[in-house]
Write a protein that binds this ligand. Structure first.
Ligand SMILES: [Cu+2]
Length: 192
């Protein structure tokens, strides 16, 4: 009896004390293969604090992994090469860069200071393509293969959510977040 009471208290108190809520969403699209890698981000509303994280994009199996990497402006990406062949990383987008070509096990880094979509390309393998989506917000999520995503830890309030997809587009969404609850949204992707 005492144990049960303790568990009940532990599980309910964080929600009571927490002034944040979240958004749980589902992406829809004509083709199931397009459900993954949809980036949903706070376009208007509390965008959260600036931060300086380092995250990873690998080149593995002659592919950029992950295929789409959303980051916050100010973050650094470490570009790894896990293949036995040399890879290069360059982009023609934004301020443009070419990090050179390097062998397996090494990495090169780049810090993204301006928002935008940066297509990642390789001079050695011209069919390689990945995306780094640099956002001016700390609050973003990316959908899984079933189109599901979660934006957690949003202060209560009204938000406009923007949507990024490699090939498709969706209108901005307005959603109201209530403390301790998850708002539910659907993101219908359609042709750009
Ligand atoms: Cu390559």
């Amino acid at each position: 009896m005492l144990t049960l009471l303790t568990l009940a208290t532990l599980s309910s108190s964080p929600a009571l004390a927490d002034s944040t809520g979240g958004v749980t969403g589902t992406v829809t699209a004509d083709a199931a293969k397009n459900l993954i890698n949809t980036v949903v981000y706070v376009k208007q509303g509390d965008k959260g604090p600036a931060s300086a994280k380092t995250v990873r994009m690998d080149q593995s199996g002659l592919m950029f992994m992950p295929h789409v990497l959303p980051i916050q402006q100010g973050w650094t990406v470490d570009f790894y090469n896990s293949d036995s062949v040399g890879h290069n990383v360059f982009t023609m987008d934004g301020e443009k860069y070419d990090l050179g070509t390097w062998p397996q096990g090494e990495k090169r880094s780049y810090t993204f200071t301006k928002p935008g979509t940066y297509r990642q390309l390789c001079r050695v393998h011209d069919d390689m393509l990945g995306y780094i989506v640099v956002l001016d917000t700390a609050r973003f999520a990316i959908s899984d293969k079933d189109g599901h995503f979660t934006l957690a830890g949003l202060p209560a309030g009204t938000y406009t959510l923007g949507v990024w997809h490699e090939k498709l587009a969706a209108a901005d969404l307005v959603v109201t977040v209530t403390a301790g609850k998850n708002a539910t949204v659907t993101v219908p992707l359609a042709a750009k």
